[in-house]
Write a protein that binds this ligand. Structure first.
Ligand code: NAD
Ligand code: UDP
Length: 324
């Protein structure tokens, strides 16, 4: 990490102005590569990559992946897709189009220019899992007609397309199943649990717990995830699917309590209805990533939360308003 790569690559990052994408662009530029960042700014923003704009090796293109695109590149990271439930459910038909057409356009381009192509898939392909923790061999428990289906099934079809282009056309693919990731540059209005809890705590508002807070998630700090992305992309001969996430598993109640303690907030927890099809538990089995890439997360939840809290304090100008 941080070292300059031996060979300068031309890299396309779709969804590059989003939370994870902007960190990936940082990493690739830091390694000396050329980066084209393609985004329609639905959930991402120019602000996330503003600091890269003066770099001659960085280009920002406003474009929607549901429309074809063409670039001469060596690598394609396909991250374009809203990731938070409120955003992907805002226009579910568009979410399916983004996943499916976006995958087809990336794969078609990869085939034409002989690029290696990486798909940001998700632990949501496991649905509400009946197997715990989830290994890649588990086929999942997904509702095909529910509110989360546009995202879950869209990502599942994208995985199918990646494997079919690989088998049928020899396209060099990487499929990463990403588990809940958090860190600086999450959109404060995004609706995901880590950003919601931190923003509520910093504002001294009630923490909105959906359900009784006994459901679990496993949270990976964004720098660890990006490290896994780059290692996987540059590893020869492994298509995946491969889980990337932090196996540390927490209930949402534990998360809320930790955020309250780390922010020193007077916020209290309030309970709201659990959204339909909300998975009960989630924890990655990362044996494959450990064995293949020698990768595992290094940032503990407490440390990652402190960094993320620092980011939101600065971004929202919320030192500790309840003390003012
Ligand atoms: P994000 O919403 O911050 O980023 C998604 C980016 O894609 C945004 O910049 C958005 O504007 C862009 N985008 C959306 N639709 C587009 C379209 N039609 N054309 C072009 N750009 C489009 O989310 P994120 O957390 O950075 O997630 C990045 C990727 O990783 C997504 O594909 C997501 O499904 C996947 N993922 C993320 C997590 C996580 O916990 N962060 C977990 C599993 C999978
Ligand atoms: N959640 C919550 N309060 C919030 C946002 C989310 O209790 O303000 C819960 C949500 O119901 C789920 C978990 O936190 O059980 C993780 O939600 P998120 O939307 O971050 O990710 P996903 O459900 O897609 O894993």
């Amino acid at each position: 990490m941080g070292e300059i790569a031996k060979k300068r690559l031309r890299v396309l990052v779709t969804g590059g102005a989003g939370f994870v994408g902007s960190h990936l662009c940082d990493r690739l530029i830091g390694q000396g590569h050329e980066v084209v960042c393609l985004d329609n700014f639905f959930t991402g923003s120019k602000e996330n990559v503003e600091h890269l704009l003066p770099n001659p090796r960085f280009e920002l293109v406003r474009h929607d992946v549901t429309e074809p695109f063409r670039f001469e590149v060596d690598r394609i990271y396909n991250l374009a897709c809203p990731a938070s439930p409120p955003h992907y459910q805002f226009n579910p038909i568009k979410t399916v189009k983004t996943s499916v057409l976006g995958a087809i356009h990336c794969l078609g381009l990869a085939k034409r220019v002989r690029a290696r192509v990486f798909q940001a898939s998700t632990s949501e392909v496991y649905g509400d899992p009946a197997v715990h923790p989830q290994p890649e061999s588990y086929w999942g428990n997904v509702n095909p007609v529910g509110l989360r289906s546009c995202y879950d099934e869209g990502k599942r079809v994208a995985e199918t397309l990646f494997m079919d282009y690989h088998r049928q056309n020899g396209v060099d693919v990487r499929i990463a199943r990403i588990f809940n990731t958090y860190g600086p540059r999450m959109n404060p209005e995004d609706g995901r649990v880590v950003s919601n809890f931190i923003v509520e705590a910093l504002r001294g508002e009630d923490i909105s717990m959906y359900g009784d807070g006994s459901q679990t998630r496993s949270f990976c700090y964004v720098d660890d995830l990006v490290d896994g992305f780059v290692r996987f992309m540059e590893h020869e001969g492994a298509t995946g699917p491969m889980n990337l996430g932090n196996p540390g598993e927490f209930t949402m109640r534990q998360l809320a309590e930790r955020v309250i303690r780390l922010t020193g907030s007077p916020s209290r927890i309030t309970f709201r209805p659990l959204p339909p099809d909300d998975p009960r538990q989630r924890q990655p089995d990362i044996s494959l990533a450990r064995a293949t890439l020698g990768w595992e997360p290094t940032v503990a939840l407490e440390e990652g939360l402190l960094r993320t809290i620092g980011y939101f304090r600065q971004k929202l100008g919320l030192a500790a308003p309840w003390k003012a």
